[in-house]
Design a protein around this ligand. Sequence first.
Ligand code: PMP
Length: 357
Amino acid sequence: MLYEINEKAIKLENEGKKIIKLNIGDPDLETPHEIVEAAYEAMKKGKTKYASSLGEKSLREKLASIHGVSADNVIITPGSKWGIFSVMYSLLKDGGNVIIPTPYWTAYELTAKSLGAETRFLKTEFDSNWKIEPEKLEALADHNTRTIILNNPNNPTSKVVDGKTLKAIVQIANDKKISIIADEVYSDISFVETKSISDYGDNHVVIKSFSKAFTMTGWRIGYIIAKKELVEKIMKLNQITFTNVPVFIQEAALKALELRQEIVERIREEYQKRANLACEVLSKTEMEFSRPDAPFYLFPKYTGLDSERFAFDLLDKGVAVAPGTAFGNYREHFRISLTAPREEIETGLKKICEALE
Ligand code: PMP
């Protein structure tokens, strides 16, 4: 549904209609120019050849020092989407099931399905502030459970898992010998303190991306932090598929890391302003919502809403949002992405409110 809405929005745009796109997590902000320059410089220096399927040593070492691991535990991927796919492939290709807390980012379920893996959903609710209940997780896991996908901060709710819950989840996974795939692509730009799964030992897998924290979605670069054995398995998969992320892009990513404090701060600040604006508008309506702990999303609820119909009808009024059903059984919810300029967000929200009247 996420992808259908996007296709229709693009079709309408191609027909000349103005669409305010609050449906996808692709930021309007530009990639900082220092990063662009670094890629260009590297290209001019001839960094345009095949290279290691693990990633460049300099980048892996820099990431290792940031995360307090060894470079052997880091592998560079073309976006975190490939990172997630490659880990899910490695853990699920021989069967088993995967536990996915809902609401979830659509690609987890589609990837599990493409691998023929059984999916088990762990529902979280707006009324309990989207909290994962460790007892329910424990009850869902069995000897065939290969992995739990933990998206923290979560897309679409923008909620962060508290330390106590995280600890309980890790305990269950460790006891049952299940690997957690912690998708932490939004954690660097969180508005609140966000613990990493790696704060609770090195048994699990961390997925990271340059897309969100550095507005580098189209560059296609992310990384995985995992045990050396898993890193080596993924390297083999990389070798038979894309070979390597272009070296000039890895050099640009290295520049992003050098400037990370300044860039991340700036990006977080902008999203905090957008989130404040959106919360102010929504709080004057009948929509119920929880304040986001992180960029980029709000996931409001409107009692009685059929969000699929709503999302399609709203497109004709010039605004794209994602229906709640794209993230699990959440028909009364829809997702607003704050990835457009503030004026557009304001106009988009106004149109959303009018459509709900
Ligand atoms: N994880 C989550 C939770 C996401 O929302 C996204 C993109 N929307 C990704 C991973 C993939 O990001 P990328 O492949 O650009 O790193």
